[in-house]
Design a protein around this ligand. Structure first.
Ligand code: FE2
Length: 163
């Protein structure tokens, strides 16, 4: 099922050559999957995390078109409705889809992180964004102190960015 959703999301994404949207979410999904497994998430929470990681930036292309950029708050606002559209063909229960929408609607919000699925999505997205945005070591250190919580996420961040 996760694979089917991942394929659906790849087919849904347009204009990948310019912004590398597909490569981005594949990387975020892999980190989220890895951290979730190593942090021993329950199966349902792991599935929610993985689906959220696959669709988390779903609103980026439409935000670029509508607003000229895809700032975090705009993505959070526009994302959930698009997520429902993409997931409606899959046999997922209401609470599952709602939680995925909540995570997509909060994936640039670093306060009140109410669950390991949410926490790991933030960490996985940052592990990829730090590289894609060429962030300076100081900014990565700051994020590590302020946001990172899981042992696995911190280990990966430390190693990848030589902190
Ligand atoms: Fe992202």
């Amino acid at each position: 099922m996760i694979e089917e959703i991942e394929k659906a999301m790849i087919l849904y994404t347009k204009g990948n050559k310019i912004k590398h949207d597909v490569a981005h979410f594949l990387k975020v999904h892999q980190y989220a999957r890895l951290i979730g497994r190593l942090e021993h998430l329950e199966k349902r929470e792991q599935d929610i995390l993985e689906v959220a990681a696959i669709v988390h930036d779903i609103a980026c292309p439409m935000c670029r078109e509508k607003y000229g950029h895809c700032a975090g708050n705009l993505q959070e606002k526009e994302g959930p409705a698009l997520v429902k559209e993409v997931l409606k063909g899959f046999p997922l229960d209401h609470a599952f889809v709602e939680r995925v929408c909540y995570l997509v609607g909060h994936h640039h919000t670093y306060q009140d992180v109410n669950g390991l699925d949410y926490q790991i999505l933030l960490e996985a997205d940052f592990l990829v964004n730090a590289d894609e945005s060429n962030l300076k070591k100081e900014a990565i250190e700051k994020m590590k102190i302020n946001v990172f919580k899981t042992k696995t996420g911190k280990e990966l961040l430390n190693h990848i960015y030589e902190l």
